[in-house]
Design a protein around this ligand. Sequence first.
Ligand code: TMP
Length: 236
Amino acid sequence: MEKTVQLYEGKAKKVFATEDENLCIVSYKDDATAFNGLKKGTIVGKGIVNNRMSNMLMQLLEKQGVPTHFVKELSDRDTLVKKVSIVPLEVIIRNVSAGSFAKHYGVAEGIQFDEPTIEFSYKNDELGDPLLNSYHALALKLATKEEIETIKRLAFKVNEVLIAYFKTLGIRLVDFKLEFGRLPDGIIVLADEISPDTCRLWDLKTNEKLDKDRFRRDMGGVEDAYKEVFKRLMGE
Ligand code: TMP
């Protein structure tokens, strides 16, 4: 399958049409942004790590009954996916306090929750992705009640599968962001990516950060952190 026209360029990926109207090619870049695009940089090799890692995890999730957009890995940076219309919600699951949760509620990072939390943001860069709840999402007609129920169920299922899998790699899944899409027949599938850009991943023993927080917080060692996650995942 070949790329035809570029449909969209996001902060970390480009999306191309193909000869098949139901399929797209996603191409992962090394560009990194934070704080709604205010901070910009490059993480060398990130596109390869995020592409291959997302594909591996999406295939694992499919096997566990989570439908995804994944079709086929075409190269280190390019993947064939089902064309979806993205539900404009960022779905965030947290297992451990960190980031905006710690800041909003005035708690330390690293507190393990008894139960995971879920929250939604309205995916809208102009508004800075404001937080909203499912009633707001319904009022704004971002998704139907049934879609929101499906999204919640799938997001918690993803969490269960990924917590267990990352544990085998010596990684603590602190929190992550998911996006879902609608297929032409209305079926909801997991879309976008699952990568160190979109997850907080801490070493189980040392709590060392192995994710994009190293970039967001100018901690250094960004490329090495992405490489370390990749190595544990792929055994490479
Ligand atoms: P937060 O603590 O900043 O709200 O982030 C929660 C999780 O969501 C964290 O794993 C990083 C991820 N995330 C994204 O993937 N994209 C974003 O734009 C933001 C703000 C967070």
